[in-house]
Design a protein around this ligand. Structure first.
Ligand SMILES: NC(=O)c1ccc[n+]([C@@H]2O[C@H](COP(=O)([O-])OP(=O)(O)OC[C@H]3O[C@@H](n4cnc5c(N)ncnc54)[C@H](OP(=O)(O)O)[C@@H]3O)[C@@H](O)[C@H]2O)c1
Length: 290
């Protein structure tokens, strides 16, 4: 089967690319802007027709959570019109779509792991546009899966792990919030889970649109995450645990966004413990202390 990956230059897209040789049964076509704009229906239709695509994996998104508050139109265009366009093309060509979404569709008020049917209540532009994108995919008549993830990091692009490694060498001390709980997701693990769902979707009895949650296992705060990164990397600057109120951001962060993974585990996906995967990524980055 031929798979079109959109947003292929982002950290999830590049993680899929990294593991693609392990899946010789699939022929991947990695694309990104400007040659494959997910809001351009003619362009996506051409790609699907020309390459005989059987599945689209949408890794493209507007992901600048804080900036979205000041450019809601652009966030909406990419996060709503984009998946809507892909879902329409998938429906018209009777092919499948895997779309990636986020824990930001939840309000963060819960203190129990969030299931796929937990009520959504986004608090900012990013979360609202990602939720509207999910609904657009659900409305379309294509076979689709929506995979919500959280706290994504990888050896590619910009992410929390790479930022902390950099700040650990630039600063004398750091303040990090300890009252936001969640679970990091190593993008390589998510990429493998996506391909498990891709295989499941080839079963003709699969539902028209399923939602799954995926992150690594466990639950920690950003403070715990930072301490573990620093310990593994041999960075010794002091890290102070602070409350979110002392670190205001344009977009509100969910206080609790631990995703329940029972459904995707039952589908056959592997969910490693967050620290195991963190150490794997740090080793690839050459950041582990000698
Ligand atoms: N990062 C996280 O912590 C996190 C957490 C939860 C969920 N997610 C979700 O996980 C998915 C992957 O995230 P990521 O971190 O890999 O994102 P990313 O690194 O920001 O990559 C997104 C990619 O999409 C491209 N793109 C933007 N607009 C596009 C368009 N109209 N058409 C085609 N491509 C376009 C971007 O190009 P430019 O760079 O040129 O804009 C970029 O290469 C997204 O759906 C995101 O919402 C991320």
């Amino acid at each position: 089967m031929k798979i079109l990956v959109t947003g292929g230059n982002g950290q999830l897209g590049r993680s899929l690319h990294k593991i693609s040789n392990d899946y010789p049964q699939y022929d991947f076509l990695f694309t990104d802007m400007p040659e494959a704009d997910i809001t351009d229906k003619a362009c996506i239709t051409d790609l699907v027709r020309q390459h005989g695509i059987g599945l689209i994996i949408n890794c493209a998104a507007y992901t600048a959570v804080d900036k979205a508050e000041s450019e809601p139109e652009l966030a909406e265009r990419i996060n709503v019109l984009g998946p809507m366009t892909l879902a329409e093309v998938a429906a018209e060509h009777e092919i499948r779509l895997i779309h990636i979404s986020t824990d930001y569709v939840f309000g963060g008020e819960s203190c129990h792991p969030l299931h796929e049917n937990t009520a959504t209540a986004p608090t900012g532009v990013y979360g609202r546009t990602k939720l509207a994108g999910e609904k657009a995919v659900q409305r379309a008549e294509c076979k689709a899966a929506i995979i919500r993830t959280a706290w994504l990091y990888s050896e590619f692009g910009n992410n929390f792990v790479k930022t902390m490694l950099r700040l650990g060498t630039e600063r004398d001390s750091l303040n990090v919030v300890y009252d936001q709980l969640g679970t990091p997701t190593y993008a390589t693990d998510l990429a493998r889970a996506i391909l498990v769902i891709a295989e499941q979707m080839q079963n003709p009895t699969t539902q028209r649109c399923e939602i799954y949650h995926y992150s690594n296992d466990g639950a920690i705060s950003w403070y715990d995450f930072t301490q573990t990164i620093f310990e593994a990397a041999g960075i010794t600057i002091p890290v102070h645990a602070i409350e979110s109120a002392l670190y205001p951001t344009p977009a509100q962060r969910p206080a609790y966004s631990v995703l329940a993974k029972d459904k995707i585990k039952a589908a056959g996906a592997t969910v490693p413990y967050w620290k195991t995967s963190l150490l794997e990524c740090l080793a690839i980055l050459g950041a582990l202390k000698k």
